[in-house]
Design a protein. Structure first.
Length: 127
């Protein structure tokens, strides 16, 4: 909480994200044959030629929610983020070992649209 007794915007967003994750079905239930899942995440901007450096997320299948919502990397973006849940779950339910998911941020920076986009390369192993 800040000094006036209110939680910061970031803390409220984090609490909302945890609530959505807690309410979501579990990944192990949606993709019961899934053993491991790695997501290589790259974010880029319309005005910049190259994407920002990739980072890798290793998903703990046993306890992960079947929800793939990632925040926008621009700290000044309001209301943005990426939801790649549907394409990821479709790929996992089809037992794809390698897949791509993409989304655009629909947030705003000042009075303009954010202009960022996300590309994820997933690598999965199954029983």
């Amino acid at each position: 909480m800040n000094r006036h007794g209110r939680r910061s915007d970031a803390a409220e967003r984090a609490a909302e994200r945890r609530s959505r994750e807690d309410a979501a079905p579990r990944l192990k239930d949606r993709a019961p044959d899934l053993v491991s899942l790695k997501l290589e995440v790259e974010e880029s901007h319309d005005t910049v030629g190259a994407g920002e450096p990739k980072h890798v997320r290793h998903i703990v299948v046993e306890r992960a929610p079947a929800l793939f919502i990632l925040p926008c990397g621009d700290r000044s973006c309001e209301g943005g983020g990426y939801d790649i849940t549907s394409p990821v779950l479709r790929a996992l339910e089809a037992h794809q070992e390698r897949f791509t998911a993409e989304d655009r941020c629909h947030g705003t920076v000042g009075n303009a649209s954010c202009g960022r986009s996300l590309r994820v390369i997933g690598t999965a192993t199954y029983r």
